[in-house]
Design a protein around this ligand. Structure first.
Ligand SMILES: [Zn+2]
Length: 172
């Protein structure tokens, strides 16, 4: 479990061009092309984005919009919004990928191995029984980028509304 959020981040955060310098999450927050950046959803105080170098299919990061490094720097309203977005993403991942479970966690501070230590982010990684062995294999292959697109589409598709069903049920 120690390695679940490990070094693939290096290539993710290393700026390729001069204009890409600065905090990755602040860049994603300010960017307009959500589709291209795999930003799944934006709420009032947070956003959810697919990890381009996922440890498993559907690896999502939930990120506060403000550039803060520690939990106590977030206001209550931001924290609540953060957890609600986490709940939302877990529901979407359950619906679209049908995982058997999830790992959700944070590395806080450089020493913990955080890839972007200055900007809090919560990792959510869907898990399937028996996935441990295949995760390293799919590491940096083309399959990942293709699956990123399909995972993105699945997560941004509007869920079917369950209201009608429950209204019908209540009529009986
Ligand atoms: Zn930032």
């Amino acid at each position: 479990m120690d390695r679940i959020w490990a070094p693939w981040r290096k290539s993710y955060i290393r700026p390729k061009k001069a204009r890409e310098r600065g905090c990755l999450f602040c860049r994603l927050r300010d960017a307009k092309n959500d589709r291209q950046n795999y930003v799944i959803k934006r709420t009032a105080y947070n956003f959810a984005v697919l990890n381009r170098y996922p440890y498993n299919n559907g690896h999502v990061m939930i990120v506060p919009k403000r550039h803060v490094a520690m939990l106590d720097e977030l206001c209550d309203v931001e924290k609540l919004d953060w957890i609600e977005l986490l709940e939302d993403m877990i529901a979407g991942l359950k619906r679209s990928l049908r995982p058997h479970g999830f790992n959700a966690g944070m590395n806080i501070g450089q020493v913990s191995g955080a890839g972007v230590p200055g900007h809090l982010h919560l990792h959510v990684v869907p898990r399937w029984s028996g996935d441990v062995n295949f995760m390293p294999i799919i590491g940096e292959t083309k399959i990942i980028s293709e699956s990123l697109d399909s995972v993105y589409q699945a997560l941004t598709r509007k869920p079917r509304c369950g209201v009608r069903k429950s209204v019908e049920r209540n009529k009986r």
